[in-house]
Ligand binder design. Structure first.
Ligand SMILES: Nc1ncnc2c1ncn2[C@@H]1O[C@H](COP(=O)(O)OP(=O)(O)O)[C@@H](O)[C@H]1O
Ligand SMILES: [Mg+2]
Length: 415
């Protein structure tokens, strides 16, 4: 059951008031390899036990002073000693005493005189049992410790999870608030952009109406006055004596000046707002403007315009396109140094396309997006209410092409 090494590590206390008994039992146990210690009274035994945790105690019952039963009860009451197996060694063999012994907490009860081999077997059995028990207890303790650690770890983990959840929830709330703020800001921005667009369109309409009014006034009032003036001067011319060459020459010059002024007035009023645009429509107005441009600049101009019948445009869109053509032709005059110019307007299915191209120096990306390029910005702004787009492309020394597209079936409100 126990190995010699195990036996050599086990210490046994023999308690007996008879030194003879101690010696006999002690020798047997020593021979067997155990460590042995003696006490001659119950009091002495309890003293020893204080400082030395024995692996077993062999206890006589009848002793002067504290008897064996009392010693045993004492040991069983105390935390440090209550696990030490106690075996009574006594001459009292009545059943009552035996029962009392076991009731006091002993694991065994051996009656003297004893049989050596039997005693050794019994002691060894109890020691082995105790050995196993303490091993088991250690296991249990170890197990409890692990369980405790596990529980702590789990509690800690739960705490962390709770804490993290709170943190995440807070972060999430903040994020949601942030998103809401941004959404609000975006909406505000969109609204203010829409307001600006509407304001731009409104201003454009007012400006066009004003131009139309001034053009008409210049044309009608100034035109009529000049015509009347011309007729009066012509009337005077007829009444000047034929021989007054000086006056005739002067009046001739006056008539010439009146004619040029009439032409200027007509040109200025047309440029302010071509009546063609209102009377004959966009294609006719572009045609006239392009011819004017050709005559003034002496350039080769290629025109490709859809017939008016094919185009049914909102009057404001017609005006916008016409002003864009004017801006693009002015840009060619001022910046392109071109020899040839192309103007093309056509409607294909739902798209109105205007292409104005030249073979000049070519616009650059910086110029297209330049902060001072107000003319080009104005083009995009005129297109915004119609969901139109403008695309500009320049190649150095090969020219510039500007393409404007407007979806004509989809009008944005009643702008
Ligand atoms: N057809 C073109 N060829 C070359 N450069 C051009 C052309 N059109 C415009 N640009 C360049 O783009 C710039 C911006 O044009 P724009 O916005 O109309 O302003 P502006 O005509 O008042 O200078 C011009 O200053 C010019 O440098
Ligand atoms: Mg310009």
């Amino acid at each position: 059951m126990l190995t010699p090494q195990e036996k050599a590590s086990l210490s046994i206390l023999i308690v007996d008031d008879e030194p003879k008994n101690i010696q006999l039992l002690g020798n047997i146990l020593k021979m067997e390899g155990y460590l042995v210690q003696f006490a001659l009274s119950g009091e002495e035994a309890l003293e020893f036990v204080e400082s030395d945790p024995f692996d077993a105690i062999l206890l006589d019952i009848m002793m002067p002073g504290m008897n064996g039963l009392e010693v045993c009860q004492h040991l069983k009451r105390k935390e440090q000693t209550h696990n030490i197996p106690v075996i009574f060694f006594t001459a009292r063999d009545d059943p009552e005493s035996i029962v009392q012994g076991f009731l006091a907490g002993a694991v065994d009860y051996i009656i003297k005189p004893f049989h050596k081999q039997e005693v050794l077997m019994r002691i060894e059995t109890h020691l082995a049992l105790d050995w196993e028990r303490s091993k088991l207890q250690q296991e249990v303790i170890k197990h409890q410790k692990t369980e405790q650690e596990l529980k702590q770890y789990r509690d800690h983990l739960e705490d962390r999870v709770t804490q993290r959840t709170v943190e995440l929830r807070t972060a999430n709330d903040q994020l949601l608030q942030e998103i809401e703020k941004r959404r609000q800001a975006e909406q505000d921005l969109k609204q203010s952009h829409e307001r600006l667009q509407k304001l731009g369109a409104y201003q454009e309409r007012v400006r066009e109406a004003e131009r139309t009014r001034i053009a008409r006034e210049i044309h009608d009032e100034l035109g009529q006055a000049l015509t009347a003036f011309k007729m009066d001067v012509a009337w005077m011319q007829k009444r000047i004596p034929m021989d007054n060459a000086y006056l005739h020459q002067k009046i001739g010059a006056m008539l010439g000046l009146i004619d040029t002024t009439i032409q200027s007035v007509q040109r200025i009023s047309r440029e302010l707002r071509p009546g063609l645009l209102d009377n004959l429509g966009l294609v006719a107005a572009i045609e006239w403007q392009t011819q004017e441009f050709r005559d003034r600049m002496g350039l080769e101009v290629h025109m490709e315009l859809d017939s008016e019948d094919g185009l049914e445009l909102h009057p404001d869109l017609s005006t916008a396109i016409f002003r864009i053509v004017q801006e693009l032709l002015t840009n060619i005059t001022r910046h392109a140094q071109a020899k040839r110019v192309g103007v093309c307007l056509r409607q294909q299915q739902a798209d109105l396309t205007l292409i104005v191209s030249d073979d000049g120096v070519g616009i650059t990306e910086e110029q297209i997006h330049g902060p001072e390029s107000f003319g080009l910005m104005g083009i995009q702004e005129r297109l915004d209410p119609w969901n139109g787009t403008v695309e500009m492309m320049g190649t150095p020394n090969q020219g510039t092409t500007v393409t404007v597209r407007v979806p004509v079936w989809k009008k944005k409100g009643d702008l």
